[in-house]
Design a protein around this ligand. Sequence first.
Ligand code: 13P
Ligand code: SF4
Length: 307
Amino acid sequence: MNMIKDIQQEILKLKKEKDICILAHSYEAHEILEIADYAGDSYALSVKAKEVDAKTVIMCGVRFMAETVKILSPEKQVILATPEAGCEMADMMNRAMIEKVKAKHPDYTVVAYVNTTAELKAICDVCVTSSSAVNVVKNIENDKILFIPDNNLGTFVKRLLPEKDIMLLDGCCPIHASVTPEEVIRAKVAHPDALILIHPECRPDVAGMADFVGSTADIMNFAKNSERKEFIIGTEISIAEHLQYECPDKRFYPLSAKLICKNMRLTTLVDVLDCCKGIGGEEIVLDNETITSAKKCIDEMIRLNHE
Ligand code: 13P
Ligand code: SF4
């Protein structure tokens, strides 16, 4: 008996019967992506969340991603498949901390990386994801920007937009930020013909050694469209695996064995099946005020993400 295929079949049957849409972040496991209606990076998931017309959405990812779906589609029942799946970066900053900084710098536009809680987005002006950050910040009229919480992504944006006055705080993704320049050198020595593709949540000295820096989707598209055959992948380890399935004629090497987001690894097919049965996951509940204010912040990202 093939347990994985059996569970997947049951999920597919239930989701059709009950009008459920399954969204998954690209960091999720291969067998989860196989049963998802849509898989993508944070930006693509935000855009998709607005378009979904199913009654219920199950989010396979971390809490802020499920909150984003609820904010953009408040009339839907939104279930986080694994309630324990948080994001260490999103949990680093809270509303009280940012209210204090805002009070000191009232003339700054507050830009929140999507990896923030809904209650924090509610007091920020514009949201960004790693794939939209540079473009969105460039298109903000005000040149004074307070960028939270990721210092590394903020430094990347700052380097590309020197005309902006970008103030940073000291949040980060501990997983991406753990990679060191020595690991890049080791990977390059082990695979001298490979191109190095790195997520901007990595440290600037690490990202500075890359052949290409970009979000999850940008890294995947770059590797798929490149004529080159070997790539060192500097983001969550699942991306090297997914790319390997999609491009069997190429070779993908994880930059570091430390690049494992344990929160993204928590969701199993059984969690998703339990959600479909109505006995698992956690329904996301947000008050109307939070939804209305946080939605303005996300809508601003979509409005400003033009050339
Ligand atoms: P993306 O914006 O590339 O999807 O990144 C989300 C994330 O949590 C990366 O660690
Ligand atoms: Fe959060 Fe880092 Fe995991 Fe992304 S990889 S979800 S930023 S803890």
